[in-house]
Write a protein that binds this ligand. Structure first.
Ligand code: NAG
Ligand code: NAG
Ligand code: NAG
Ligand code: NAG
Length: 243
């Protein structure tokens, strides 16, 4: 049963990945430093980045958004990698199905670089939500700074060029917030900050931006625990490290 579920998800993802960004995109991914706000470039502090964020909206072909599998409750738990100061962990979860649903938990990892907020992701080729997408650049585009210095929201942009001489194979943006639901005004602020960095094309490209249903997991109290083990989306090698 579980295997069938995985295969079904895999099929859905394959379908969406092939369709990613065939048009309405620049010829190549922009340089990571080019799309960061001045604040992120000069003052981003990774210690203020750790913790729990809920995804408010996304353009991301690795997150199932079509019937019969529409993901809800996407959440990102970011922490320092326990054994490697140049690496961080992003426990990314989502929920599918009726009622309390079923949680998939992906153990993503990102290498830090010499530049603040400029990361390199390592996603297992076996991960059902990210098939064959390894070594993805992930960039913190902008953040909302709370009075105590922590970030109350972040905009993250991932991009991978096609291997052929031109074209973008994968382009995604995630609107993350400390709160699972935000008002329209705050969302518009995040959107305007994304557009100010020249990344409007990511949300304008087909199929546009998808809003995440967080109400489902609030109603059913069904978010996974913050220390949940990878499920339906594990990277085998990393699971061995974690146990
Ligand atoms: C990313 O981090 C892993 C684990 O520390 C390391 O093995 C790998 O070489 C790093 N990759 C790059 C491109 O720095
Ligand atoms: C996965 O990526 C490798 C190298 O980038 C490529 O040679 C291979 O054809 C890809 N496999 C699939 C199923 O897309
Ligand atoms: C969240 O960030 C915004 C900047 O985008 C800031 O104006 C606001 O005060 C912050 N909210 C909290 C609760 O700190
Ligand atoms: C910082 O401020 C935010 C927003 O007011 C709050 O949710 C968070 O708990 C505070 N964090 C610390 C470490 O004080």
């Amino acid at each position: 049963m579980k295997r069938m579920f995985e295969l079904l998800l895999y099929g859905m993802v394959q379908h969406t990945v092939r369709a990613d960004c065939p048009e309405d995109c620049p010829a190549r991914c922009p340089q990571q430093l080019e799309v960061q706000s001045d604040f992120v470039k000069t003052q981003f502090d990774i210690k203020q980045f750790w913790g729990v964020y809920y995804e408010i909206a996304y353009h991301d072909s690795t997150q199932p958004r079509r019937w019969p599998i529409r993901a809800s409750c996407q959440r990102s738990v970011k922490s320092q990698h326990p054994g490697d100061p140049k690496n961080y962990k992003d426990l990314f979860s989502l929920n599918v199905g009726f009622g309390r649903g079923v949680n998939a938990v992906c153990d993503l990892e990102f290498n830090l670089t010499d530049h603040p907020g400029v990361f390199l992701g390592h996603w297992s080729g076996h991960s059902i939500f990210n098939p064959n997408l390894t070594d993805i650049h992930n960039t913190v585009v902008d953040v909302g700074v709370a009075a105590n210095g922590t970030y109350n929201w972040t905009l993250e942009f991932q991009c991978k060029n096609a291997e052929e001489s031109k074209g973008i194979r994968f382009a995604a943006v995630n609107f993350y917030h400390r709160k699972p639901q935000i008002d329209a005004e705050e969302f518009q602020l995040m959107m305007s900050r994304l557009r100010a960095r020249g990344l409007g094309w990511v949300v304008d490209a087909s199929p546009g931006l998808t809003f995440v249903d967080q109400q489902k997991c609030i109603d059913h109290d069904s978010y996974p625990s913050l220390t949940a083990k990878p499920a339906l989306c594990g990277q085998g090698a990393l699971q061995e490290v974690m146990v």
